[in-house]
Ligand binder design. Structure first.
Ligand SMILES: [Zn+2]
Ligand SMILES: [Zn+2]
Length: 120
């Protein structure tokens, strides 16, 4: 049997909210509750970790026109940043942003505002 499926799309069921997550090759977390699964070891997408623990979304930042979410594994404590998914719930992302940067919450969603500049 030969099939022409070369895409690496993985659908999975969210263990937290029970929603069905449609994999598009990049999605590694639930767009509804934003929880993910610890499947990547060193790079997002490598799928080399055998941990399989739940990744808790601890916070998010708004950067260059998109959100980045910080995850912490409930099982092994591993933490890393991932980019937002296209389908991610905006409310959840905003809520997480507020969590880390309460003072920046008003700037979320604005355009070109709240740039973080350091150095000099
Ligand atoms: Zn979920
Ligand atoms: Zn883990």
């Amino acid at each position: 049997m030969r099939k022409n499926f070369l895409r690496k799309k993985e659908d999975f069921e969210c263990q937290v909210c029970g929603g069905w997550v449609k994999g598009d090759g990049y999605t590694d977390h639930c767009p509804q509750c934003l929880w993910g699964k610890h499947v990547d070891k060193r790079l997002p997408g490598d799928r080399e970790s055998s941990c399989g623990g739940l990744m808790r979304p601890e916070g998010a930042i708004w950067e260059k026109g998109q959100y980045r979410i910080f995850y912490r594994c409930e099982s092994c404590g591993h933490g890393f940043w991932v980019r937002e998914g296209e389908e991610d719930k905006r409310e959840e992302l905003e809520r997480l942003t507020v969590k880390i940067f309460p003072e920046k919450s008003e700037g979320v969603g604005g355009r070109g505002k709240g740039k973080i500049r350091k150095g000099g």
